[in-house]
Design a binder for this molecule. Structure first.
Ligand code: NI
Length: 134
């Protein structure tokens, strides 16, 4: 059964992210509540296929991170070495003085790839995208 009403929550967001979000939703004619709801639904749609996916899949995990965060590059490399069995190759692009983009080509059990993606989402990683095909 669907629950009725609304839940009120309080969240912490970096100011620059909030500013950009506010600008984007203003252009779409949304208020913050509507914008967050749309973003949450998009997130669920995008990630549901990964959670519900079974069997062998292939695709790419794309991450953007700040390489100036101490120990982050080592952590990301260690994680990738631990999951070498599902990683076909990794492409590293230096976006600017601070930010790196990494495209990790993956192939294997959906569960293992999901597990890898979760482990890559550590402090200093700004964004992670999964593009998986069955
Ligand atoms: Ni780099």
């Amino acid at each position: 059964m669907t629950k009725r009403g609304v839940s009120r929550i309080s969240i912490s967001i970096p100011p620059d992210l909030l500013e950009e979000f506010d600008r984007a939703i203003k252009n779409l004619g949304y208020d913050r509540s509507k914008g967050i709801q749309v973003a949450m639904r998009d997130f669920l749609t995008e990630n549901k296929c990964m959670y519900e996916e079974r069997g062998m899949v292939a695709g790419a995990i794309t991450i953007i991170y700040n390489h100036k965060v101490k120990g982050l590059e080592d952590d990301l490399t260690d994680t990738q070495h631990l999951h070498y069995n599902v990683i076909s190759s990794t492409m590293h692009i230096h976006l600017d003085e601070r930010n790196c983009l990494e495209i990790i080509a993956v192939k294997g059990e959906a569960k293992s790839i999901h597990n890898l993606a979760k482990k890559l989402m550590v402090r200093g990683v700004k964004q992670i995208k999964l593009a998986i095909v069955s």
